[in-house]
Write a protein of this length. Structure first.
Lengths: 330, 355, 355, 330
């Protein structure tokens, strides 16, 4: 059946609520017809408002409450309709959820999923656009998941919720229109999942996560038409990061372009470059590694600025061609 | 206080009839004496209404793309509060602050240019509807992170206290914002340090799609003022005269050093949480209530009172609307022709000088 | 309620004579009927006192290095609350939670081993004094980020409500924690969702070096229970009988589905904010108050009442102390010999399986 | 005059409060004799409690209040005695302070300094040990400063407070004992400051920030004794990052070891590697770049675990020698 990315998330929720009575969802907007796009439509009607809970505007306490329920036999998913709002809950995510298992010597586990939605563009501006997956990937104890396809959107959501560790699941509203043919919902072990080659090639390695993987795929198609053959890797799981797929790819292609929709300094793209250059002898690289990231500024609102603010497929193609030497200007 | 709604029993937890959409449909009570302010308040509310209706249309037409939270139906608190302030005072708002900006004297052109993303906008085209700043008129900033400007207003009040010039800070926020912890932290700071800040809550009973009954155990947020040991008033937020009288008294006290004060103005928004639609898809309270709440229209109730008292003629009232619409249309026309920020400037506002 | 301190006027904002260090030095009032619980409470308080004094000494000697926040002088609330709970209930604490752990039935050895960093500690040596967890005895976790366990307790109450087995969650926190926004967010959630949680504030008038008078506009935090529409009690936190009676009634109501409840127990810590010293370097209130507050000793006041009522002999009391000290010394001795966690295990507790 | 790092911070505060009436300090512990070590002793007595303000336990509102004062003519410094507590204020730091100037088109500036203290060790454990400077370095709009010497501790504090942009100033309690001879207090322009070579050499480049710079210096001395000659660079200003000093150093030495007291993934050490490998042709490197970071776990409490948790001078020397090829095992 053809399902959109948003619809696939909803399928994941439905599967979980249907088959796992210890699962519930809590967060702002869950009883709204429009708050989280089409990704949770009518779940409250189908599974009851006792298990699909809309909340006051209290990000920190709602996240802490989900953690408390996770420590008490449940598998809650707490939903933050924007990463920007989720920042109010950083203490409960980073200083609590990520650390409870460790600091109590493994006596408890924390089957908590925190879903943060990247919701940007549309001239929303500086406070309604942040991604910040790099922040969460930085924190030991958290697993960080970013699906770039409808099937991952569904299956990694299910895997996140069934995992006994705290998981940050980040989806991107810009992907909600993507479509896939989906079969029945599998239950995979998140701990076995990691970066994956989604397009094989040999001229250079493009690495992305979430929406930036979609840019890389499109760029690869465009470049294929021009006779270039890039490999595309989708990170999928940003933390704990298993870089070997990427390292092996770059060993083969000799070139690396990391693309990310988060800022540059201490961001995911730089991390990929560091992992690869630490692991390969300098001679294995045919050119300098490169990263293409979000403009290092808050998001502007004005249309013309917004259009140049976000990396595009064109930008990826342009940078990739420069790297391969097809294009002279940098 | 004579101007207080009859319902105010000093029960800080319950709105009682102020929450009843069947009540307070009639004329507001005009003050004794000089009515010149009342006339300008009417004109101002009409201008705000006209500007927001225009912006709503621009959104519908796809000409404005940034998220716009319209305060149509809530014009009274902004106009009332602005009238009680003076130079040096500083006002902070949130996501639904077009009215705060215009009431303080901001130009319609600056607002429309901003929502269109033009460099002539009040935030130079960098903020859109949700981020407005106009220091000249005392608007120190509005942002859409719920509750975020509340501590900032408190800090501005701390600065005002240090200055010792009697300036007052005003924090506008909604009922939803009282659910953010930072609201309470800020109230406690202001009370402990006795800061010159007016907390002004526009309780429109909704936060996004959720009625306050689904978010809090009681519908009046004045109970938080009591908890934080602050004096407070609750007013009919669709009665601009009542709002002004409560605010005037509060601001005078605050200026004289008596510490913070809290006002809860009960009101209702006519349009959706965001955008021009009416959001009648979000729960029974709203479906049933909206039509009744429109009968509590702050503009019509004031206009009726003035018509009745022969302080205004029907033709004059129509002229006010026509003038407002003309001003708004002209502003829109002009703003449409303004230029966008230069793309080279994208990084120019980040730091005080390029890094 | 007969057991409530005489000072309780239902003014939710003022502690009145409960804050007066000259008051409540006398014996507590024993309940009628069977006193077996009272006897065990006395023994338990003595054990906690002895254990904490020992830990204080270990810190002084440099044998314990992790920060230890001693609750010496505050033994009553922990013992009282623990006595009202049953299997399935879940208790959350904060940085000053040795007493909560011991009162619930945790072993002295588990505590001392933990503060020594031994693998036999209650948190396997991974937490130290500030991070204790003992699910078997109902201690679901204590952590030192002020306020952090309050929403977690609320979530555990949500789970308990979903379970439908009548379990209750208890959140212990201090007066300082009520200044964190998350406290208010949590209170609102619990009240709105009618969750089975007991908010238990040990108001010892201090947060670190600062008296509550420098941090809040009023000294009683029960006013926040009123604001969040919660039933509440205020008790003499150094009267274990009063604490137990209030908690018993509260827990029964919560269990029966009547929603959250708030108890404020007024108490005082004898030692410094952290470590064994007395912190008499931090402001007049403390310098002047400490000696007087020690006269409100929860152990002596109970022991005196029992001696007076011939429910206890002096020799028996001394034996209780001697037994407690012996138990503590033995635990310390044993823990000293236990091994540390293996360094290879440093990464083993991070995820459910190595990544 | 010989002054300790902690004493130097106090000198910076005294200079600011003495000479700039628009400066004030606000935060937890400012009236305490021990809360922030010796770094603010008696400032309240010397400059009055109206300008040295102790606060309730409300990190978010206190930070927001400082921002509000910064928008209203003052130059506040808000003090968080631990970075762990400062995380509760992330919204005001990252979504407010960093963005106000930008999103209002440059019409206001934000002369706010947020001082966060790294306070770790002593068996304090998971929630009283975090550094997380990599997080703040990630955010455009913030300037991030980490002094590693007493003179920088004083002078960069003064520079931070006098800067019209929001600055995150991070000092480390482990450095409080370091001593320097300090002259009169200069007022430097923070915008002119950046990474600096603090020890010249040619065999490899060691890069650190804050306490990890101190590790690198000590390692360099130790290695010099063994006939090796490393160059040491102190980052000083982590954001906006000016990597050219580092790039030039590695161009010379051909080897890079980035040392950091923060976690690995998306951390500062990886950022340094990314900056350098992006800027140099692969052939310019004589060996793979390397990073030595905090153990990727929360801080343990137990003594023996704590001792292996933090990178030490030994670790730096060991890794550096491996890199240079003096030592065979990796
Ligand atoms: C921290 C945060 N959480 C959630 C939101 C989403 N949001 C935007 S406006 C709003 C409703 C706020 O309600 P209220 O304060 O009553 O203001 P009103 O919209 O009624 O004017 C919400 C939840 C947000 N912008 N910021
Ligand atoms: C979020 C946070 N801010 C500050 C601190 C520092 N701190 C530790 S305990 C404490 C005092 C808390 O006072 P209270 O809640 O009354 O508990 P008490 O120490 O009196 O038992 C403070 C401020 C902290 N641990 N966490
Ligand atoms: Mg509202
Ligand atoms: Mg206390």
């Amino acid at each position: 059946m053809t399902v959109s990315y948003g619809g696939a998330i909803r399928e994941g929720f439905a599967h979980l609520l249907e088959n796992h009575e210890e699962v519930f969802a809590i967060g702002q907007g869950l009883w709204s017809p429009w708050y989280v796009g089409n990704s949770m439509t009518d779940l409250d009607a189908d599974f009851g408002r006792a298990r699909v809970i809309d909340t006051p505007v209290s990000e920190l306490a709602c996240t802490g409450a989900a953690l408390g329920a996770a420590l008490s036999g449940y598998r809650p998913i707490v939903i933050h309709p924007r990463i920007d709002f989720m920042l109010l809950a950083v203490d409960q995510i980073v200083t609590q959820a990520a650390k409870w298992r460790f600091m109590f010597g493994g006596q408890v586990s924390v089957p908590l999923t925190v879903r943060g939605i990247i919701n940007r563009g549309g001239e929303q501006g500086a406070q309604h656009s942040q991604a910040l997956h790099s922040w969460f990937a930085h924190v030991p104890g958290l697993r960080v998941v970013m699906p770039s396809t409808p099937s991952d959107a569904r299956d990694l959501l299910v895997a996140s919720v069934l995992c006994d560790d705290p998981v940050i699941y980040i989806d991107d509203r810009w992907l909600y229109g993507e479509e896939d043919d989906l079969g029945p919902t599998p239950e995979v072990d998140l701990r076995q999942e990691g970066p994956r080659v989604v397009h094989e090639g040999r001229d250079l390695t493009l690495v992305g996560c979430g929406y930036s993987t979609s840019l890389c795929r499109q760029a690869a198609e465009r470049m294929a038409a021009a006779g270039l053959d890039p490999e595309v890797i989708d990170l999928r799981v940003l933390n704990p990061l298993a870089p070997s797929v990427i390292v092996e790819s770059v060993r083969k292609t000799g070139r690396l372009l990391a693309v990310d929709g988060d800022w540059t300094t201490c961001g995911m793209a730089g991390e990929i470059i560091a992992c690869v250059t630490e692991a390969l002898d300098p001679g294995a690289l045919r050119s300098r590694p490169s990263r293409l990231t979000l403009t290092d500024a808050p998001a502007p609102t004005s249309g013309p600025l917004e259009r140049i603010y976000y990396p595009t497929v064109d930008d990826v193609v342009h940078r990739a061609e420069t790297l391969v030497g097809v294009r002279q200007d940098s | 206080m004579a101007t207080r709604a009859e319902s105010d029993t000093r029960d800080s937890a319950r709105l009682l009839d102020l929450a009843d959409p069947e009540r307070f449909h009639g004329q507001v009570r005009l003050p004794d004496g000089d009515l010149s302010w009342v006339k300008s308040a009417l004109a101002h509310m009409i201008l705000i209404r006209a500007a927001e209706e225009k912006i709503g249309n621009l959104v519908s037409e796809g000409r404005v793309r940034c998220p716009c939270h319209l305060a149509i139906g809530q014009e009274a608190p902004a106009v009332a509060v602005a009238s009680c302030l003076r130079k040096g005072d500083r006002v902070f708002g949130a996501h639904r602050s077009h009215g705060h900006y215009l009431a303080l004297g901001g130009s319609v052109h600056g607002l429309i240019a901003e929502v269109l993303g033009k460099v002539t906008g009040v935030s130079r085209g960098m903020g859109g509807s949700m981020h407005l700043l106009d220091i000249t008129h005392g608007l120190y900033g509005t942002v859409p992170i719920v509750g975020a400007t509340i501590p900032i207003a408190v800090g501005s009040a701390l600065a005002a206290k240090m200055d010792g010039q009697g300036a007052v800070a005003v924090s506008f926020f909604g009922d939803g914002a009282t659910e953010e912890g930072v609201f309470h932290e800020s109230m406690n700071l202001a009370a402990t340090f006795e800061l010159p800040v007016l907390f002004f809550c526009e309780n429109n009973l909704f936060s996004s799609h959720l009625h306050i009954g689904l978010r809090q155990p009681a519908d009046s947020v004045s109970r938080f003022a009591e908890a934080h040991q602050m004096t407070w008033d609750r007013v009919d937020g669709n009665d601009v005269i009542a709002c002004r009288e409560a605010t005037n008294a509060a601001v005078a006290n605050i200026r004289s050093g008596s510490g913070p004060h809290f006002i809860e103005a009960v009101t209702y928004r006519w349009r959706g949480h965001v955008g021009p639609s009416e959001d009648d898809d979000v729960g029974v309270e709203r479906q049933e209530g909206l039509a009744r709440w429109k009968l509590r229209d702050p503009i019509r109730r004031l206009a009726d009172a003035m018509l009745d008292a022969s302080q205004l003629g029907e033709d004059h009232l129509e002229a006010l609307w026509a003038e407002a619409r003309a001003e708004v249309d002209a502003a829109c026309e002009a703003a449409s022709k303004d230029r966008y920020p230069r793309t080279e400037d994208l990084l120019n506002f980040l730091y005080t000088s390029a890094p």
